[in-house]
Design a protein around this ligand. Structure first.
Ligand code: KIV
Length: 274
């Protein structure tokens, strides 16, 4: 891969970007090739999302993703993108039990997964405590509110959150508690634009939106969605390529050329005999 690239940003860079009104860009990546591809761009942050459970491993939700999965994928992304700021998701149940386990898991994602920061979902009192526990280890924490995919059993599916007045208020207050607990960034997913704007204006830490409208401090999308490499296309996704068409076409071409005998050619052959 060839590429730009801007020098690795620090955890502090993002608050400065918010102050300057410079939009922050984040995209997920899950492996060495994806990490290398993003490393060749000026994207600010790579998120090793537990969405890998769905787009890479084929699960119906993110709930089955384990610490081991996150460590394998995060370290692969780090090898592909040595100079990028990487946030790694803490998978379901890795920060829900007790403080000691939460701290150990966060530290493992940094030490073995090569992450600069970790992300966890939710804003309940126990999640706020988890943020405090990890920040106490001097590991930066990105929080995540709204349509948090690890809560789909509670939500009854992938449904936009914060639509009623009380839900709107609850998410708004959780955002304030998250900043107060020491998180350096907040992902807002699947909420009405007005709520995304109100939270963004009320916080000093940057907000990164995904289906949270136009007024957050930055935007994140899933790698496969950006590339048109997944089967789902929710309203908030914009496809910038059509890998779902390009890849089957390339594989079909290979298949046909082998069948008809035009591949491999002389140029693909070591010491050709004619
Ligand atoms: O897991 C993930 O990819 C995420 C993003 C959708 C924000 O959490």
């Amino acid at each position: 891969m060839t590429g730009p690239v801007n020098k690795m940003l620090s955890t502090q860079s993002f608050a400065h970007m918010k102050q300057k009104g410079q939009k922050i860009t984040m995209i997920t990546a899950y492996d060495y090739a994806g990490g290398s591809a993003v490393a060749a761009t000026d994207i600010d942050i790579i998120l090793v999302g537990d969405s890998l459970g769905m787009v890479v491993l084929g699960y119906e939700s993110t709930l089955a993703v384990t610490m081991q999965d996150m460590l394998i994928h995060s370290s692969a992304v780090r090898r592909g993108a040595p100079g990028k700021y990487i946030i790694c998701d803490m998978p379901y149940l890795s920060y829900h039990m007790d403080s000691r386990e939460t701290r150990q898991n966060a530290a493992q994602l940094v030490r073995e997964g090569g992450a600069n920061a970790v992300k966890l979902e939710g804003g309940s009192p126990s999640r706020i405590q988890a943020i405090r526990d990890i920040v106490d280890l001097e590991i930066p924490v990105c929080a995540h509110l709204g349509l948090t995919p690890q809560s789909i059993l509670k939500f009854g599916g992938f449904k936009v959150q914060g639509k009623t007045e009380s839900a709107h208020e609850e998410i708004f207050l959780q955002a304030q508690a998250i900043e107060e607990a020491g998180a350096f960034m907040l992902v807002l997913e699947g909420i009405p634009e007005l709520l995304g704007k109100k939270i963004t204006e009320s916080l000093t830490i940057p907000t990164i939106g995904i289906g949270a409208g136009r007024y957050t401090d930055g935007q994140v999308l899933v790698y496969h969605d950006v590339l048109g490499y997944s089967n789902m296309q929710p309203k908030f996704v914009k496809q910038y390529a059509r890998l779902n068409e390009v890849i089957p076409k390339a594989i079909t071409d290979f298949h046909q050329e082998v069948r008809e005998g035009s591949f491999p050619g002389r140029e693909h052959t070591y010491y050709p005999i004619d």
